[in-house]
Design a protein around this ligand. Structure first.
Ligand SMILES: Cc1cc2nc3c(=O)[nH]c(=O)nc-3n(C[C@H](O)[C@H](O)[C@H](O)COP(=O)(O)OP(=O)(O)OC[C@H]3O[C@@H](n4cnc5c(N)ncnc54)[C@H](O)[C@@H]3O)c2cc1C
Length: 498
């Protein structure tokens, strides 16, 4: 079928998840005249990883996620990643609160709610680790409000379900940060796109997949957009393209042919939750309680017992249990993984797989586990959990990055998120999974600084960055007074605990 004649815009956003929405909103604030088009293959926005039931909704601030504070060889914990994640989340909060204050985002409770963040460990060596982690983090102003306890009655006050019926023999400890959050990233994404629609110079094509992408002689990009029902095709030109397509970003990056994307591959890991249907149980828990990952588990598969607040309704989730599927998107195709293998990345994929046999073994174990085994894992957190109160639900799909290993040769798995962009800044792709949505704002700010480098340095854009994020260009980790003032403002506008 022939394509309609091309239309030209400044920016194309591929995918309607939290990252495209955040980038669109930032660019709109920086330059109201930019023409922006977004394309989403599904019939509505935010239905893949950004959908609230497809992710855990934790506002990742490193309050409770133990994988951000690894134990150091010879003793102690390394807090560097926790400081970095906490600062990035505070930047996201600043952006959201300045938009709420300007009337460009709705009442915060429609997309985020306070929810204490806890870590919980069993056994003497993990208790020792948690105590040292607490001492280390608490010394920094980011975590000065973190509480620690080995006292069972105190922990029962914080999270009663975790203590009820617990064996008294095993050493046990927990930390708690009251200023934690539960975020509905789907609602936030819709709110961003709603504001973009009202701002003008923006349009969104739903049910429309970008199926091809290529470079024009003048340096712009030509994209082919195909309606998924009816099959009409349109050719669109753009000066800048963001591949914010989640699991769909890697295939498009490889199609773009930019040298920076060469050698990249992806490895999908699916997720499952146990969801509690018993109101009497749901109302007795109000926290996100994170534990330690099992040996061989990928860092984002740390189990947690999670309060969720979605459209005012409270629920209780446990997981995620990892699984394996060859799909790159929940609504994707089983051909996604085989279709992503290229001569340029096959060695990277093979060697990254061989170097991570522990992960492969862990995934096989997760896929084969029975419901009894899932309940056993839940009972480490909630000893009196009853199987009949919980049902299994499918979470979102994550695609871990596999990339060339510059040090050892071959390939390696990257568990974070990464922006891969062309040297001329005309195209960028967001790959990877975690910490994901919580740090979308600083990730997209960095992307703008790289891909719109000259304009980002201009006085006008610098002033806008500062208007939107008061700490822009400064370090909250180093400047205690600045941190105190921005977090107080965030608390006030977003209704968070101080
Ligand atoms: C189980 C799980 C738990 C998580 N928990 C947390 C958490 O607690 N806190 C947190 O901050 N993050 C969490 N994350 C990560 C977070 O959900 C993701 O990082 C984030 O939602 C990714 O947003 P995105 O916009 O990049 O991608 P997505 O939300 O996946 O959006 C991409 C969109 O692109 C569309 N698309 C794909 N291909 C095309 C194409 N060719 N043309 C047009 N459209 C296309 C898709 O349909 C989709 O709507 C979790 C993820 C998972 C899977």
């Amino acid at each position: 079928m022939s394509s309609q004649p091309s239309s030209a815009v400044d920016v194309v956003l591929v995918g309607a998840g939290i990252h495209s929405a955040t980038l669109g909103m930032l660019l709109r604030e920086l330059d109201p005249a930019l023409t922006i088009r977004a394309f989403e293959r599904l019939d509505d926005m935010a239905l893949e990883s950004t959908d609230p039931m497809n992710n855990a909704g934790t506002g990742h601030a490193a309050n409770c996620e133990l994988n951000y504070t690894p134990a150091k060889e010879g003793g102690g914990v390394d807090p560097a990643k926790a400081y970095s994640i906490n600062e990035q989340f505070e930047v996201s909060l600043q952006f959201w609160s300045s938009l709420v204050a300007a009337g460009k985002l709705p009442t915060p409770s429609t997309f985020m709610n306070p929810c204490p963040h806890m870590s919980m460990v069993l056994g003497q060596s993990d208790v020792d680790y948690l105590r040292v982690r607490h001492e280390t983090l608490r010394a920094h102003h980011f975590f000065s409000s973190m509480d620690y306890s080995e006292d069972r009655s105190k922990i029962a006050e914080w999270a009663p379900l975790t203590m009820q019926g617990r064996d008294r023999g095993l050493p046990f400890a927990a930390t708690r940060v009251e200023r934690g959050t539960d975020i509905n990233f789907g609602a936030l994404t819709r709110a961003f796109f709603d504001t973009l629609q009202k701002s003008g110079n923006f349009s969104m094509d739903l049910g429309t997949q970008i199926v091809d992408i290529g470079r024009e002689d003048d340096g712009s990009w030509r994209l082919i957009a195909k309606k998924r029902s009816g099959g009409g095709r349109e050719e669109v030109r753009a000066k800048f393209v963001f591949l914010g397509a989640g699991g769909g970003a890697l295939p498009l990056l490889l199609k773009s042919g930019i040298p920076e994307g060469k050698g990249y591959g992806g490895f999908p890991i699916s997720g499952q939750w146990l969801v509690c249907s018993k109101p009497e149980v749901i109302t007795r828990h109000e926290a996100k309680v994170y534990g330690k990952a099992a040996v061989g588990a990928p860092p984002m598969s740390v189990p947690h017992l999670d309060t969720r607040i979605i459209e005012g309704k409270r629920s209780l989730l446990f997981g995620p249990y990892a699984g394996f599927s060859t799909k790159f998107l929940k609504e994707g195709s089983y051909w996604d993984l085989p279709g992503s293998v290229r001569p340029s990345n096959i060695l990277v994929l093979a060697s990254a797989g061989l170097r991570n046999l522990g992960l492969v073994g862990y995934l096989v174990g997760q896929v084969l586990q029975s419901n009894d085994a899932r309940m056993k894992a839940l009972r480490d957190y909630f000893p009196e959990a009853r199987a009949e109160d919980w049902t299994l639900a499918i979470a979102g799909q994550r695609v871990q990055i596999m990339k060339p290993d510059a040090d050892k040769g071959g390939g390696k798995i990257e568990f974070g998120t990464e922006v891969v962009s062309a040297a001329d800044g005309s195209i960028a792709a967001l790959l990877g999974a975690s910490p994901g949505a919580s740090t979308a704002v600083p990730t997209m700010v960095k992307l703008i600084e790289k891909c719109f480098a000259d304009r980002a340095k201009s006085a006008a854009w610098q002033a806008s960055f500062k208007r939107l994020m008061a700490s822009y260009g400064q370090s909250l980790a180093k400047d205690k007074a600045l941190h105190a003032s921005v977090s107080a403002k965030n608390n006030e506008v977003l209704g968070l605990h101080s």
